[in-house]
Ligand binder design. Structure first.
Ligand code: DC
Length: 222
């Protein structure tokens, strides 16, 4: 019995890491929807398109191809942008373009198309509330700003990103949290039927085990 799993939560809560691990254990496909907003932002920045120009960003998307491989590489119009989309500038710009209603419509449609069948783990902000409303398991993954900033800092170190300042990361995360939860269209929020998992004091293994138990119970009851 295959199901769909939605993982939502704030920036740097560990969604992608956890989703990847779950996908490997379950032999499911992982879709990182944040990467799609990041690709949109990167291309807009490179094309000198204003991040609040909804019509121009939507027009740009008509000729934009975003692909993700099973090992987590992200291709934007055929170019590997896996590292580039994690830069601070792109992170903030992604939060900006994600406010645009028509941009969300375009990307949500692509995400729903990709996950037509069962066996998907999708992570983002609106998966349980909009994209996969009928997902059998919905997790809201969260952690304190301090814990998330430290994780992003370490992740940047591993990726070799030179512009890496913990205080600045903390400020950026708090600002993006505010922006993502206060925007007009599909603000980031916990779905009513989602289970909240606070990862501040948990290891990756502990989070994976916690969610695997929830998934096993759900699959068993199907
Ligand atoms: O998860 P992330 O940090 O890679 O997401 C980048 C930005 O995209 C973030 O500011 C919120 C936005 N986003 C969104 O609005 N909806 C999603 N499903 C995924 C990400």
């Amino acid at each position: 019995m295959r199901i769909n799993i939605a993982i939502d939560g704030p920036s740097a809560a560990g969604k992608s890491t956890i989703a990847k691990r779950l996908a490997t254990q379950l032999n499911y496909v992982h879709l990182d929807t944040g990467a799609m907003y990041r690709c949109t932002a990167l291309k807009a920045l490179k094309s000198n398109i204003k991040l609040d120009d909804e019509a121009a960003v939507c027009e740009m998307l008509k000729t934009t191809d975003i692909k993700m491989t099973s090992d987590g590489q992200i291709f934007l119009d055929g170019e590997d942008v896996t590292k580039e989309i994690r830069n601070d500038d792109v992170s903030m710009a992604a939060s900006d373009v994600s406010k645009l209603e028509k941009v969300r419509e375009d990307l949500v449609k692509r995400q729903q198309e990709m996950a037509k069948d069962k066996g998907f783990i999708m992570d983002g902000r609106d998966i349980g509330t909009v994209v996969l409303k009928d997902a059998e398991v919905k997790i809201f993954l969260t952690a304190s700003v301090e814990a998330r900033a430290l994780r992003r800092y370490k992740q940047n170190q591993e990726l070799g990103i030179l512009d890496n300042d913990l205080e600045k990361i903390k400020e950026d995360i708090a600002q993006r949290d505010y922006q993502d939860t206060h925007r007009e269209h599909s603000p980031s929020r916990q779905a009513e039927d989602a289970i909240k998992v606070d990862t501040s004091d948990l290891t990756i293994d502990e989070v994976v085990d916690t969610i695997m138990k929830i998934v096993s119970e759900r699959i068993g009851s199907k």
